[in-house]
Structures are given as C-alpha cells and as structure tokens.
Design a protein around this ligand. Structure first.
Ligand SMILES: [Zn+2]
Length: 85
C-alpha cells in the first residue's frame, strides 16, 4: 500500500518545520502541515517546542535575534575555526 499522500509525511514536515514556525510557509502548505501535526503527535511536539523556543527568544531578545553575549561567543567560535583552517 504505497498510496501517494496529500498530506506531509514526517520527513517533509521536518523540512518545512522551520518555515512553518517562522510563518514563512504559503497558506496551503501551512494547512497541509497543520493536518500532519494533527495526525502525528511526535511532529506536533517538536513543533510546539520550536514555537515555544522562538517565542522565548523574541521575548528576551526584543528586536534583535540574539543577545549580544551570544553573538560575541559565536563570533569568537567562528574566528577560532577560521584560524584553525
Ligand atoms: Zn510526523
């Protein structure tokens, strides 16, 4: 029974998850995503987690995406990586 499904499977859902959480998904695709989430508890949980995470980031960071501290740490890591290259 390998019927082509109209709704997403888990792999697809994971790929679209980021855009879905950001609200970047076209309406019909977001709709399909929603359908999958209703049927798939696991993906629904991951999505809820991602949404909560983004929500918290937005609340903490205000307009910028990450706090200055984190940004500096990332810059530090990046420069160190380049130095090793
Ligand atoms: Zn799934």
């Amino acid at each position: 029974m390998t019927e082509r499904k109209e709704c997403y499977d888990c792999d697809q859902a994971r790929e679209e998850l980021d855009a879905f959480v950001r609200g970047d998904l076209p309406v019909d695709e977001a709709d399909r995503m929603q359908q999958h989430l209703e049927q798939c508890g696991h993906c629904a949980e991951v999505t809820r987690y991602e949404q909560a995470f983004r929500d918290r980031l937005r609340r903490v960071g205000g307009s910028s995406c990450c706090p200055e501290e984190v940004r500096e740490r990332i810059r530090d890591l990046l420069s160190r990586e380049q130095g090793n290259g």
